[in-house]
Design a protein around this ligand. Structure first.
Ligand SMILES: Cc1ncc(COP(=O)(O)O)c(C=O)c1O
Length: 426
């Protein structure tokens, strides 16, 4: 028998596409990256943070408290402020149980929360239902843990519920329903498609999951990843699943201050019911027994002084402008036959090429685009390894987050020229 030094998880974990995308970007300083999920550098609140940290560190009492270890669940003030903030986003005047800070854990970005929740609920061989396509870093967590993903296609207003029901039925028929632990939704301005799931669809999805619980023999949770929720630049705000009456026992809400405030601070949070809450708290106790106290205090102060809201208003206007720049460039430079969805918020456009034109990392198109110093995220990276279907490979995620407005224009112009050339020759 061959001895292994690495654990099963260590051996199973594949290289995340994010590492490869970052390495490609770093190797070419002149590259226009429409791939990065980075926020706009110029938007980062350097002055605000300098002032806020100055306020925290100006007295020994507040400074020492911030520079000391905190608790595993996180700073009570930040949890209370976050709970109130979520209530106000959902238009809920009453501080109901769903929003209780006692159900909340602060994490190192929402990424850590997604990891811990998955670890708390899933064993190798379990099944997680995901949007098809979905956030590729989350797909990496599933792959690493040996969890199977089942993709459910998307419609313009979110998950295709008829297909969700068909997948659940299939799993029931094949006796695999007991392995289904959760449905993962990136519900606002989704990474990668930019689509938002309507409130009605979220409520119906929850109802459907409930209907299949008896056959599963356990709860099936809905994980709502709201990473881009606050980056809305047009359209109506959509309420979260936390606001659905009686849903709190089945909803796990993951939020973050990365996108709306500072990606470098990586302060995220999750709200969840028992027994997940206790399990995640214990797992976090083993990970790091609490996120950076200083950064939590920074966020708490930005919320309590109103600077967070002020910054967010500027940020929304900026991304609204940049989305328009990308939209105009797409209209001008992309040839007929290429389609895209227009987002109401977030950082992404999702473009679909004619099916005969492959866009994957090894495709001629991708290589030619890279040779013209432009990078996009190949759509196929955003599809889970789902044995029940072939991965579509003619799509691309285009981000207007990190690039300057001039580079968004130039990047789309170059990309459009390469696509046009390929479509003419094939
Ligand atoms: C959909 C989604 N969820 C979660 C995250 C994690 O963000 P953070 O850990 O910075 O909160 C990201 C980051 O890009 C994301 O796109």
């Amino acid at each position: 028998m061959k001895a292994h030094i690495l654990s099963e998880l260590g051996r199973r974990t594949e290289a995340p596409p994010i590492s490869w995308l970052m390495a490609t970007t770093l190797a070419r300083p002149q590259l226009i990256s429409l791939a990065a999920g980075f926020t706009d550098n110029e938007s980062l609140p350097v002055k605000d943070v300098r002032r806020l940290l100055g306020e925290i560190l100006c007295s020994p009492a507040t400074g020492q408290a911030a520079l000391q270890y905190g608790t595993t669940a996180g700073d009570p003030a930040l949890r209370a402020l976050t709970a109130r903030h979520l209530q106000s986003l959902d238009g809920q005047p009453e501080a109901g149980r769903a929003y209780s800070p006692d159900r909340m854990i602060i994490s190192n970005g929402s990424q850590q929360m997604l990891y811990m929740v998955t670890e708390a609920l899933c064993d190798p061989g379990d099944i997680v239902l995901v949007e098809d396509p979905s956030y590729f870093v989350y797909l990496g967590i599933l792959q690493s843990h040996g969890v199977q993903a089942r993709g459910v296609p998307m419609e313009k207003d979110g998950l295709d519920l008829a297909r969700l029901e068909a997948v659940l039925k299939d799993l029931k028929r094949s006796g695999e329903l007991r392995r289904v632990k959760l449905l993962y939704l990136v519900s606002y301005y989704q990474n990668p498609t930019g689509l938002t799931t309507s409130f009605a669809k979220k409520a119906k999805a929850l109802k459907l999951l409930r209907e299949y619980e008896r056959a599963a023999g356990h709860p099936i949770y809905l994980v709502e990843d709201a990473a881009y929720r606050e980056l809305r630049f047009q359209g109506e705000g959509v309420k979260s699943t936390l606001s659905i009456k009686g849903a709190q026992e089945r909803v796990i809400y993951a939020g973050t201050y990365s996108k709306p405030f500072a990606t470098g601070a990586r302060v995220g949070f999750g709200l969840m019911p028992e027994p997940v809450l206790t399990a995640v708290l214990r797992i976090k106790g083993n990970h790091d027994f609490g996120s950076s106290n200083l950064l939590q205090q920074l966020l708490a102060r930005s919320l309590s002084t109103g600077r967070y809201e002020k910054h967010l208003a500027e940020l929304r206007a900026r991304y609204g402008r940049k989305a328009q720049v990308m939209r105009k460039a797409l209209l001008e430079h992309f040839p007929p036959g290429v389609e895209w969805w227009e987002p109401d918020g977030g950082l992404y456009f999702w473009a679909r090429l004619p099916e005969r034109l492959a866009s994957g990392p090894k495709s001629k198109l991708f290589q030619k685009v890279l040779a013209s110093d432009v990078l996009y995220v190949p759509g196929e990276l955003c599809y889970a390894h789902d044995p029940t279907r072939r991965k579509p490979n003619h799509e691309m995620r285009l981000s207007f987050g990190g690039a300057t407005e001039a580079n968004v224009r130039e990047g789309i112009a170059r990309l459009g020229a390469v696509i046009r050339g390929f479509l003419q020759s094939c």
